[in-house]
Design a protein around this ligand. Structure first.
Ligand SMILES: Nc1ncnc2c1ncn2[C@@H]1O[C@H](COP(=O)(O)OP(=O)(O)OP(=O)(O)O)[C@@H](O)[C@H]1O
Ligand SMILES: [Mg+2]
Length: 254
């Protein structure tokens, strides 16, 4: 039986994207079909490289070709991603597809741990990731990434001076900790802290990012307000310990 592009597309029309509840062909996720006798190669473009169902979708594609087109077909699926965004017409961080804020009312519940792990995991899956340490009063990102004594370079682009984020584990990082003496406490308050955060956002050359994570200080402060006004956060994560809180021993969310 001759394998054709039409037959391949028809078969892949039976493969559903489990989250979006439509088939891969309708969702326009199939690209670059190539057929060479029994060899069938195509690309599946996911909406995020962090798709937890990546392996399942790949398996379903291979099964569909073998089942509906040719049982002797030799199928190669290239899994790639084109990260989607709901941000448009923004003035700030135009080239950032998704901004994710990690926040909680209470301190010490694991925000920075979540932010750092999420950033490294997303980068490891192939996403372009940035992380801003918005904890102006107690930055922890430089220590967590082993970059305590790093300093961002300054570069002129389009006639303006920009900070170049420090890169660690494939993640672009900026923190006030990179600009201050690591052994000195930072005592900025209110508007000055907000201004510092605005600089980390606006005066840095982030380039194109799939995800920009923002690790927030505890509570609700000027920093949170700055973030809400100065950039459009389109994802939020509220931190809490999954086990009993080690600080106050309460079993609740914070
Ligand atoms: N899920 C967890 N369960 C238990 N301990 C955790 C968990 N996540 C982080 N920790 C530990 O809790 C402590 C505080 O973590 P982390 O610095 O990430 O919290 P934070 O919310 O960012 O704190 P802050 O409010 O001071 O910024 C660390 O010692 C960390 O190793
Ligand atoms: Mg923290």
């Amino acid at each position: 039986m001759t394998i054709t592009k039409e037959k391949v597309l028809e078969a892949l029309g039976y493969v559903m994207e489990p989250d979006l509840k439509k088939d891969l062909v309708t969702l326009n996720m199939i690209k670059d079909i190539e057929i060479n006798d029994k060899h069938v190669t195509f690309t599946v473009v996911l909406t995020t490289p962090a798709c937890p169902l990546k392996a399942e979708i790949e398996r379903a594609c291979i099964n569909a070709i073998v089942h509906f087109v040719d049982k002797d077909a030799l199928v190669t699926v290239n899994m790639t991603a084109n990260v989607t965004t709901v941000r448009s017409g923004e003035d700030v961080l135009k080239n950032v597809r998704n901004i994710v804020a990690i926040a909680s009312g209470k301190g010490g519940v694991g925000k920075s741990t979540v932010a750092a792990n999420l950033a490294v995991a997303l980068a490891g899956m192939g996403a372009k990731v940035g992380l801003i340490d918005a904890d102006i009063f107690g930055p922890s990102v430089p220590i967590m990434f082993g970059a305590e004594y790093k300093r961002p370079f300054i570069e002129e682009k389009n006639g303006k001076q920009y900070m170049l984020p420090v890169e660690r584990h494939g993640v672009k990082l900026l923190s006030i900790g990179f600009l201050a003496d690591p052994d000195q406490a930072i005592v900025w308050r209110g508007p000055i802290a907000s201004k510092a955060l605005k600089q980390l956002i606006g005066d840095a050359w982030w380039g194109e990012l799939d995800y920009l994570l923002i690790d927030l200080p505890p509570g609700t402060s000027d920093i949170h307000l700055t973030l809400r006004i100065g950039s459009s956060v389109n994802r939020g994560y509220c931190g809490y310990h999954t086990t009993k809180c080690s600080t106050c021993r309460c079993p609740q969310r914070h």
